[in-house]
Design a protein. Structure first.
Length: 290
């Protein structure tokens, strides 16, 4: 009986959040270990379906780095990176498009549909909804040539709005299209941020392989204002691979997204625990000081 009461209490804790976010849009960037572990993949698909069934409109943007690496190794193409981004020549871009837009995308669509969701796979080439240009400068403004690596310049959310209005869950491969119609490889975090901004999303969720933003002593910060996040970067508290994720979060909240959550996708049901519980399991970033 105590166990049943505990379950009822969990539902009561979730109720205010379900009510608050009914018919609001969440963009979830799906990546990291959660994309390669079979149990976590199924858990993610079920969680996305649950969000949709309680009235939250969900858009999934996925990565696929490990899968791309496997295919490149299989055909004998060596991967090289610069500043954390994959150098993408024409041959590599063909494989990236095949893996992300084909295999990975359709696997996620299939899993969501298996658990009762209505998912549709897309890339930025569909209706040319995600326009991009070749990335030619690094974060400091220095010239850069990574081949067919792009940055998002515009998202026309019309096709996404239509799918969402009709009850579908768009599942998006981060492939942009330039003015000449050529595919460009876009970082999944930044693609998700741009898509969330175009939809005026209530939340952008970045699933990764760390628990969230931590203090210098290793304590997880459950909530951060954008001003405080900038200060932590300047002081060197936020370092390494967390910097681009926090920068992505800051761009998103400054672009109209209400809140961004960085959480550990290796934890089962992390998405639900972050959204529907008072304490959460990741780091929430919002506009403002605190």
């Amino acid at each position: 009986m105590d166990e049943l009461i505990s379950k009822a209490e969990v539902l009561h804790e979730a109720l205010p959040y379900i009510r608050r976010f009914h018919q609001r849009t969440f963009v979830v960037k799906y990546g990291g270990h959660a994309m390669v572990d079979e149990a976590l993949k199924e858990s993610f698909a079920r969680d996305v379906c649950l969000l949709r069934y309680v009235g939250i409109r969900v858009v999934v943007v996925h990565g696929g780095g490990p899968q791309i690496n496997q295919m490149l190794d299989r055909v004998g193409i060596q991967s090289t990176f610069s500043g954390g981004l994959r150098v993408t020549d024409d041959a590599t871009m063909d494989l990236v498009e095949m893996v992300l837009g084909g295999g990975v995308n359709q696997e996620i669509v299939g899993m969501i549909c298996n658990y009762g969701g209505r998912a549709v796979g897309l890339s930025g080439k569909d209706d040319r909804f995600m326009r991009a240009k070749k990335l030619d400068k690094d974060e400091h403004g220095a010239p850069l040539d990574l081949g067919r690596v792009g940055e998002v310049v515009h998202v026309n959310a019309g096709i996404l709005d239509q799918l969402i209005q009709n009850g579908f869950i768009p599942v998006i491969a981060p492939i942009g299209v330039d003015d000449a119609g050529r595919a460009l490889n876009v970082n999944a975090d930044t693609a998700a941020g741009a898509i969330a901004g175009s939809l005026s999303a209530a939340k952008l969720v970045l699933m990764t392989d760390v628990e969230g933003v931590k203090t210098a002593s290793g304590e997880r910060l459950s909530s951060l204002g954008s001003t405080e996040a900038e200060e932590l970067i300047e002081k060197g508290v936020i370092t390494g691979g967390m910097i681009p994720k926090v920068r992505c979060a800051l761009d998103a909240v400054n672009g109209g997204v209400e809140k961004v959550h960085i959480l550990d996708g290796r934890r089962r049901h992390a998405l639900l625990l972050e959204i529907f519980t008072d304490s959460g399991v990741g780091t929430e970033i919002r506009r403002g000081k605190n």
